[in-house]
Design a protein around this ligand. Structure first.
Ligand code: AFP
Length: 330
Protein backbone atom coordinates (compact mmCIF):
# COMPACT_ATOMS: atom_id res chain seq x y z
CA UNK A 1 0.00 0.00 0.00
CA UNK A 2 1.29 3.48 -0.85
CA UNK A 3 1.83 5.98 2.00
CA UNK A 4 -1.06 8.46 2.20
CA UNK A 5 0.00 12.08 1.58
CA UNK A 6 0.74 14.08 4.71
CA UNK A 7 -2.10 16.54 4.35
CA UNK A 8 -2.73 19.45 6.71
CA UNK A 9 -5.77 17.73 8.21
CA UNK A 10 -3.81 14.52 8.84
CA UNK A 11 -0.98 16.48 10.47
CA UNK A 12 -3.36 18.45 12.68
CA UNK A 13 -5.34 15.36 13.69
CA UNK A 14 -2.17 13.47 14.59
CA UNK A 15 -0.71 16.41 16.55
CA UNK A 16 -3.98 16.83 18.42
CA UNK A 17 -3.61 13.33 19.86
CA UNK A 18 -0.59 14.60 21.80
CA UNK A 19 -2.50 17.50 23.38
CA UNK A 20 -4.39 16.11 26.34
CA UNK A 21 -7.65 17.94 26.97
CA UNK A 22 -7.78 19.35 23.47
CA UNK A 23 -11.31 19.96 22.18
CA UNK A 24 -10.25 19.95 18.54
CA UNK A 25 -11.59 23.50 18.06
CA UNK A 26 -8.19 25.05 17.37
CA UNK A 27 -7.56 22.29 14.84
CA UNK A 28 -10.82 23.10 13.10
CA UNK A 29 -9.93 26.78 13.08
CA UNK A 30 -6.57 26.07 11.41
CA UNK A 31 -8.31 23.94 8.81
CA UNK A 32 -10.83 26.71 8.16
CA UNK A 33 -7.92 29.11 7.62
CA UNK A 34 -6.55 26.68 5.03
CA UNK A 35 -9.86 26.83 3.14
CA UNK A 36 -9.84 30.65 3.27
CA UNK A 37 -6.29 30.70 1.88
CA UNK A 38 -7.28 28.51 -1.06
CA UNK A 39 -10.10 30.93 -1.85
CA UNK A 40 -7.72 33.91 -1.60
CA UNK A 41 -5.18 32.14 -3.81
CA UNK A 42 -7.89 31.50 -6.41
CA UNK A 43 -8.95 35.16 -6.29
CA UNK A 44 -5.33 36.29 -6.72
CA UNK A 45 -4.71 33.93 -9.62
CA UNK A 46 -7.78 35.18 -11.47
CA UNK A 47 -7.58 38.85 -10.50
CA UNK A 48 -6.01 40.08 -13.72
CA UNK A 49 -8.72 38.31 -15.73
CA UNK A 50 -11.69 39.30 -13.59
CA UNK A 51 -10.93 43.03 -13.38
CA UNK A 52 -10.21 42.74 -9.65
CA UNK A 53 -6.84 44.47 -9.68
CA UNK A 54 -6.47 48.09 -8.64
CA UNK A 55 -7.87 50.34 -6.00
CA UNK A 56 -11.17 49.75 -4.22
CA UNK A 57 -11.59 53.53 -4.05
CA UNK A 58 -11.56 53.46 -0.24
CA UNK A 59 -8.99 53.72 2.53
CA UNK A 60 -8.53 51.78 5.75
CA UNK A 61 -8.46 53.15 9.28
CA UNK A 62 -4.80 54.11 8.83
CA UNK A 63 -5.67 56.18 5.78
CA UNK A 64 -3.94 53.76 3.40
CA UNK A 65 -5.47 53.06 0.01
CA UNK A 66 -7.37 49.76 -0.07
CA UNK A 67 -7.03 47.54 -3.09
CA UNK A 68 -10.00 45.49 -4.28
CA UNK A 69 -8.13 42.39 -3.21
CA UNK A 70 -7.46 43.75 0.31
CA UNK A 71 -11.21 44.04 0.71
CA UNK A 72 -11.95 40.68 -0.91
CA UNK A 73 -9.41 38.79 1.21
CA UNK A 74 -10.77 40.48 4.32
CA UNK A 75 -14.33 39.43 3.40
CA UNK A 76 -13.26 35.85 2.70
CA UNK A 77 -11.63 35.60 6.13
CA UNK A 78 -14.63 37.12 7.89
CA UNK A 79 -16.98 34.66 6.15
CA UNK A 80 -14.71 31.82 7.22
CA UNK A 81 -15.23 32.49 10.91
CA UNK A 82 -18.89 33.37 10.62
CA UNK A 83 -20.17 29.90 11.46
CA UNK A 84 -19.29 26.99 13.66
CA UNK A 85 -19.08 29.07 16.83
CA UNK A 86 -15.28 28.86 16.99
CA UNK A 87 -14.50 32.57 16.93
CA UNK A 88 -16.04 35.35 18.98
CA UNK A 89 -13.97 38.29 17.71
CA UNK A 90 -12.16 39.02 14.47
CA UNK A 91 -10.02 42.11 14.00
CA UNK A 92 -8.10 43.15 10.93
CA UNK A 93 -5.86 45.86 9.58
CA UNK A 94 -8.66 46.70 7.13
CA UNK A 95 -11.45 47.33 9.68
CA UNK A 96 -11.74 50.09 12.22
CA UNK A 97 -13.57 47.93 14.78
CA UNK A 98 -13.52 44.17 15.33
CA UNK A 99 -16.39 42.00 14.18
CA UNK A 100 -18.21 40.34 17.09
CA UNK A 101 -19.70 37.04 15.99
CA UNK A 102 -23.01 36.06 17.55
CA UNK A 103 -23.58 39.56 18.95
CA UNK A 104 -23.45 39.87 22.70
CA UNK A 105 -23.88 36.13 23.11
CA UNK A 106 -20.54 35.49 21.40
CA UNK A 107 -19.05 32.40 22.91
CA UNK A 108 -16.46 31.13 20.47
CA UNK A 109 -13.31 30.22 22.38
CA UNK A 110 -11.01 32.18 20.10
CA UNK A 111 -10.29 35.67 18.81
CA UNK A 112 -8.59 35.96 15.43
CA UNK A 113 -6.54 38.87 14.12
CA UNK A 114 -5.25 39.15 10.60
CA UNK A 115 -3.60 41.17 7.89
CA UNK A 116 -5.61 39.77 4.98
CA UNK A 117 -3.29 40.93 2.19
CA UNK A 118 0.22 41.81 3.27
CA UNK A 119 2.30 43.56 0.65
CA UNK A 120 -0.67 45.02 -1.22
CA UNK A 121 1.56 47.19 -3.40
CA UNK A 122 2.59 43.90 -5.06
CA UNK A 123 -0.97 43.04 -6.10
CA UNK A 124 -1.02 44.96 -9.37
CA UNK A 125 2.44 43.75 -10.44
CA UNK A 126 1.92 40.03 -9.76
CA UNK A 127 4.43 40.10 -6.89
CA UNK A 128 4.52 37.95 -3.78
CA UNK A 129 1.82 38.50 -1.17
CA UNK A 130 0.83 37.05 2.16
CA UNK A 131 -1.95 36.65 4.70
CA UNK A 132 -0.88 36.82 8.34
CA UNK A 133 -2.99 35.44 11.20
CA UNK A 134 -2.89 35.41 14.96
CA UNK A 135 -5.14 33.31 17.20
CA UNK A 136 -5.81 34.26 20.80
CA UNK A 137 -7.99 32.85 23.50
CA UNK A 138 -11.26 34.66 24.11
CA UNK A 139 -11.31 36.15 27.59
CA UNK A 140 -14.29 38.45 28.16
CA UNK A 141 -15.18 38.85 24.48
CA UNK A 142 -14.27 42.55 24.30
CA UNK A 143 -11.47 44.46 22.55
CA UNK A 144 -9.47 44.20 25.76
CA UNK A 145 -8.96 40.52 24.86
CA UNK A 146 -6.85 41.66 21.94
CA UNK A 147 -4.71 44.30 23.66
CA UNK A 148 -2.47 41.71 25.27
CA UNK A 149 1.20 40.75 24.88
CA UNK A 150 2.13 38.62 21.91
CA UNK A 151 3.45 35.72 23.96
CA UNK A 152 -0.18 34.95 24.88
CA UNK A 153 -1.00 33.96 21.30
CA UNK A 154 -2.26 30.39 21.00
CA UNK A 155 -1.18 30.03 17.39
CA UNK A 156 0.09 32.25 14.59
CA UNK A 157 1.28 31.93 11.06
CA UNK A 158 1.02 33.07 7.49
CA UNK A 159 0.13 32.04 3.98
CA UNK A 160 2.59 33.03 1.29
CA UNK A 161 1.20 33.50 -2.22
CA UNK A 162 4.22 33.12 -4.50
CA UNK A 163 5.09 30.62 -7.22
CA UNK A 164 3.56 28.14 -4.75
CA UNK A 165 1.08 28.78 -1.96
CA UNK A 166 2.66 28.01 1.42
CA UNK A 167 1.35 27.79 4.95
CA UNK A 168 3.73 28.30 7.86
CA UNK A 169 2.33 28.13 11.38
CA UNK A 170 3.04 27.28 14.97
CA UNK A 171 0.86 26.42 17.92
CA UNK A 172 3.90 26.96 20.14
CA UNK A 173 5.45 23.54 19.62
CA UNK A 174 7.48 23.83 16.46
CA UNK A 175 7.04 25.72 13.21
CA UNK A 176 5.68 23.69 10.33
CA UNK A 177 5.63 24.39 6.61
CA UNK A 178 3.02 23.14 4.13
CA UNK A 179 2.78 23.58 0.37
CA UNK A 180 -0.51 23.65 -1.49
CA UNK A 181 -0.64 20.86 -4.05
CA UNK A 182 -2.85 22.40 -6.74
CA UNK A 183 -3.54 18.98 -8.27
CA UNK A 184 -5.50 17.82 -5.22
CA UNK A 185 -6.24 21.18 -3.58
CA UNK A 186 -4.59 20.18 -0.29
CA UNK A 187 -1.77 21.59 1.80
CA UNK A 188 0.93 18.93 2.18
CA UNK A 189 3.55 18.90 4.92
CA UNK A 190 6.90 19.89 3.40
CA UNK A 191 8.98 20.71 6.48
CA UNK A 192 8.31 19.80 10.06
CA UNK A 193 9.94 21.83 12.83
CA UNK A 194 11.64 24.50 10.73
CA UNK A 195 14.69 26.02 12.47
CA UNK A 196 15.92 29.47 11.53
CA UNK A 197 19.65 29.76 10.82
CA UNK A 198 21.56 31.40 13.69
CA UNK A 199 22.85 34.07 11.28
CA UNK A 200 22.42 35.05 7.63
CA UNK A 201 24.01 37.12 4.90
CA UNK A 202 21.05 39.22 3.72
CA UNK A 203 19.01 42.12 5.08
CA UNK A 204 15.73 43.74 4.05
CA UNK A 205 14.85 47.35 4.71
CA UNK A 206 13.34 50.23 2.73
CA UNK A 207 16.52 52.33 2.41
CA UNK A 208 14.56 55.11 0.75
CA UNK A 209 13.50 56.01 4.27
CA UNK A 210 17.04 56.12 5.72
CA UNK A 211 16.81 59.91 6.19
CA UNK A 212 14.26 59.36 8.98
CA UNK A 213 16.13 56.66 10.93
CA UNK A 214 17.88 57.14 14.25
CA UNK A 215 21.70 57.24 14.05
CA UNK A 216 22.04 53.73 15.56
CA UNK A 217 19.83 52.24 12.83
CA UNK A 218 21.78 54.02 10.10
CA UNK A 219 25.07 52.84 11.61
CA UNK A 220 23.81 49.24 11.71
CA UNK A 221 22.79 49.19 8.05
CA UNK A 222 26.09 50.85 7.07
CA UNK A 223 27.92 48.18 9.09
CA UNK A 224 26.17 45.40 7.13
CA UNK A 225 27.37 47.00 3.90
CA UNK A 226 31.04 47.28 4.91
CA UNK A 227 33.17 44.41 3.51
CA UNK A 228 34.71 42.12 6.14
CA UNK A 229 35.56 38.59 5.06
CA UNK A 230 35.66 37.15 8.57
CA UNK A 231 32.11 38.16 9.49
CA UNK A 232 30.72 37.56 5.98
CA UNK A 233 30.08 41.21 5.09
CA UNK A 234 28.92 42.92 2.98
CA UNK A 235 25.40 41.56 3.31
CA UNK A 236 23.08 41.61 0.30
CA UNK A 237 19.83 43.59 0.23
CA UNK A 238 16.65 41.57 -0.30
CA UNK A 239 13.52 43.74 -0.03
CA UNK A 240 10.27 42.64 -1.63
CA UNK A 241 7.70 45.13 -0.19
CA UNK A 242 6.00 42.14 1.44
CA UNK A 243 6.93 41.50 5.04
CA UNK A 244 5.75 37.89 4.80
CA UNK A 245 7.94 37.20 1.76
CA UNK A 246 11.03 38.73 3.39
CA UNK A 247 10.51 37.06 6.76
CA UNK A 248 9.92 33.72 5.02
CA UNK A 249 13.21 34.05 3.15
CA UNK A 250 15.03 34.74 6.39
CA UNK A 251 13.22 31.93 8.22
CA UNK A 252 14.72 29.50 5.74
CA UNK A 253 18.05 31.17 4.91
CA UNK A 254 18.82 33.54 7.79
CA UNK A 255 19.07 37.33 7.79
CA UNK A 256 17.27 40.36 9.19
CA UNK A 257 14.19 42.38 8.21
CA UNK A 258 13.91 45.92 9.57
CA UNK A 259 11.15 48.49 9.61
CA UNK A 260 12.59 51.05 12.02
CA UNK A 261 10.87 53.94 13.76
CA UNK A 262 10.79 57.12 11.74
CA UNK A 263 11.53 60.71 12.82
CA UNK A 264 14.87 59.73 14.34
CA UNK A 265 13.36 57.24 16.76
CA UNK A 266 10.33 59.28 17.83
CA UNK A 267 7.76 57.62 15.57
CA UNK A 268 6.48 54.09 15.77
CA UNK A 269 7.43 52.78 12.36
CA UNK A 270 4.87 51.38 9.95
CA UNK A 271 4.04 47.85 10.99
CA UNK A 272 1.05 46.97 13.12
CA UNK A 273 1.65 45.27 16.44
CA UNK A 274 -1.33 42.92 16.35
CA UNK A 275 -1.67 41.99 12.69
CA UNK A 276 1.96 41.83 11.61
CA UNK A 277 4.56 42.04 14.40
CA UNK A 278 3.08 39.74 17.04
CA UNK A 279 2.19 36.82 14.75
CA UNK A 280 5.47 36.87 12.81
CA UNK A 281 7.47 37.26 16.03
CA UNK A 282 5.65 34.21 17.45
CA UNK A 283 6.60 32.13 14.40
CA UNK A 284 10.19 33.36 14.27
CA UNK A 285 10.84 32.87 18.01
CA UNK A 286 9.46 29.35 17.87
CA UNK A 287 11.89 28.65 15.02
CA UNK A 288 14.85 29.92 17.11
CA UNK A 289 15.01 33.47 15.75
CA UNK A 290 14.35 36.77 17.44
CA UNK A 291 12.06 39.81 17.09
CA UNK A 292 12.79 43.13 18.75
CA UNK A 293 11.64 46.74 18.70
CA UNK A 294 15.32 47.62 19.11
CA UNK A 295 14.93 47.94 22.86
CA UNK A 296 12.31 45.35 23.82
CA UNK A 297 11.12 41.87 22.91
CA UNK A 298 8.21 42.25 20.49
CA UNK A 299 6.18 39.49 22.18
CA UNK A 300 6.32 41.30 25.53
CA UNK A 301 4.65 44.44 24.18
CA UNK A 302 0.91 44.91 24.82
CA UNK A 303 -0.53 47.59 22.54
CA UNK A 304 -2.87 50.20 23.97
CA UNK A 305 -5.01 50.38 20.84
CA UNK A 306 -6.04 48.00 18.09
CA UNK A 307 -4.15 49.55 15.20
CA UNK A 308 -1.00 50.57 17.06
CA UNK A 309 2.31 50.37 15.19
CA UNK A 310 5.79 49.47 16.38
CA UNK A 311 9.35 49.41 15.03
CA UNK A 312 10.41 45.90 14.04
CA UNK A 313 13.70 44.04 13.68
CA UNK A 314 13.08 40.36 13.02
CA UNK A 315 15.18 37.46 11.85
CA UNK A 316 18.23 35.47 12.85
CA UNK A 317 19.28 35.78 16.46
CA UNK A 318 22.83 37.01 15.67
CA UNK A 319 21.73 39.91 13.47
CA UNK A 320 18.85 41.01 15.70
CA UNK A 321 21.13 41.03 18.76
CA UNK A 322 23.71 43.04 16.84
CA UNK A 323 20.97 45.49 15.80
CA UNK A 324 20.00 45.97 19.46
CA UNK A 325 23.63 46.77 20.31
CA UNK A 326 23.78 49.45 17.61
CA UNK A 327 20.48 50.94 18.83
CA UNK A 328 21.77 51.02 22.42
CA UNK A 329 24.92 52.81 21.30
CA UNK A 330 22.72 55.37 19.50
P1 AFP B 1 0.26 46.26 3.66
O1 AFP B 1 -0.05 45.20 4.67
O2 AFP B 1 -0.56 47.48 3.85
O3 AFP B 1 0.23 45.73 2.30
O4 AFP B 1 1.77 46.81 3.96
C1 AFP B 1 2.89 46.10 3.58
C2 AFP B 1 3.94 46.30 4.61
O5 AFP B 1 3.34 46.42 5.87
C3 AFP B 1 4.97 45.18 4.63
O6 AFP B 1 4.49 43.97 4.12
C4 AFP B 1 6.11 45.71 3.80
O7 AFP B 1 7.36 45.17 4.15
C5 AFP B 1 6.05 47.18 4.07
O8 AFP B 1 4.68 47.48 4.38
C6 AFP B 1 6.43 47.98 2.88
O9 AFP B 1 6.41 49.32 3.23
P2 AFP B 1 7.18 50.43 2.36
O10 AFP B 1 6.38 50.59 1.12
O11 AFP B 1 7.19 51.63 3.23
O12 AFP B 1 8.56 49.91 2.10
Amino acid sequence: MRAAPFTLDRFILEEQRFSPGSTGELSLLLLRLGVAAKRIAAALAGAGLSQSLGSAGSSNVQGEEQKKLDVLANDILLETFDYGGLVSLAASEEMEEPVVYGGRLAEGRYAVLFDPMDGSSNIDVNGTLGTIFSIRRRRDGTVADLLRPGHEQVAAGYFLFGPAVLLVYTCGDGVHLFTLDPAIGEFLLTRRDVRMPERGKDYAVNEGRAHSWAPGVRAFVEHLKQPDKVSGRPYSTRYSASLVADVHRFLLEGGIYLYPADAAGKGAGKLRVLYECHPLAFVVEHAGGKASTGVARVLDVAPSSLHERMPLAIGSRAEVELFEKFVARG
